[in-house]
Design a protein around this ligand. Structure first.
Ligand SMILES: [Zn+2]
Length: 215
């Protein structure tokens, strides 16, 4: 978990229902701590990203939606789309997070032996269009959605649940990039020998020293 930071500390905004008073907005503000979230809540001005927050509220029946710009979310969301020509072309993919005890912190997950497939969408400055592309992906999303090169949206039935999902997903993202890094270090890609170099070595090893006079 992140006792002193929300994701990487980059709360970008929160939306949650507040009784009959509608949805409360917190304006984007970098380096907001968890403790500040409660203290800072107020009826603020809706940001440009509100369309996506509201799509999640309406489609998932969420009571709260939180959004972060963590480095792990930014990094892995780009990686998830770019590593495959098909997802790169469609602008839509999934990031798989598997076999980890912390998965059980997500609603509906009761074992570590399962896979959370977080939908990933290409970023788009047209937020209504981005929200409409997100809608069909939300129903089976593990309470989280990644926007490539941008960040994570996490939600829940209330603010406490959304915050738990956010912290769990941020942990899983951190774990995933470390896992990928470890795998790359343990299994570095094989660099093919250049034909000229290999030929030279072979020649050197195979050719006897012709200038040496035999006794
Ligand atoms: Zn954002």
């Amino acid at each position: 978990m992140y006792p002193k930071k929300g994701g990487d500390g980059l709360w970008n905004g929160a939306r949650w229902r507040h009784g009959n008073q509608g949805i409360i907005f917190t304006p984007p503000r970098p380096r907001r701590s968890n403790g500040d979230l409660k203290a800072q809540r107020r009826q603020g001005k809706a940001s440009a990203e509100t369309a996506l927050h509201l799509a999640i509220v309406e489609q998932c029946g969420a009571g709260a939606v939180l959004h972060t710009h963590s480095q792990a979310g930014t990094l892995l969301s780009q990686w998830a789309l770019q590593r495959d020509p098909q997802t790169r072309a469609s602008g839509e993919g999934r990031l798989e997070l598997a076999d980890l005890e912390m998965l059980k912190g997500l609603q509906g997950f009761t074992s570590h032996a399962c896979v959370a497939r977080v939908p990933v969408l290409a970023n788009d400055q047209n937020l209504p269009r981005l929200a409409s592309r997100a809608l069909p992906l939300l129903a089976d999303a593990p309470q989280g959605l990644l926007i490539a090169g941008h960040g994570l949206y996490a939600w829940g039935s209330d603010l406490a649940t959304a915050r738990r999902h956010l912290e769990i997903l941020e942990f899983l993202l951190e774990q995933r990039w470390r896992q990928l890094l470890l795998e790359a270090l343990l299994n570095p890609p094989q660099v093919p020998h250049q034909s000229g170099t290999q030929s030279t070595v072979t020649h050197t090893e195979a050719t006897p020293p012709s200038s040496s006079p035999r006794p």
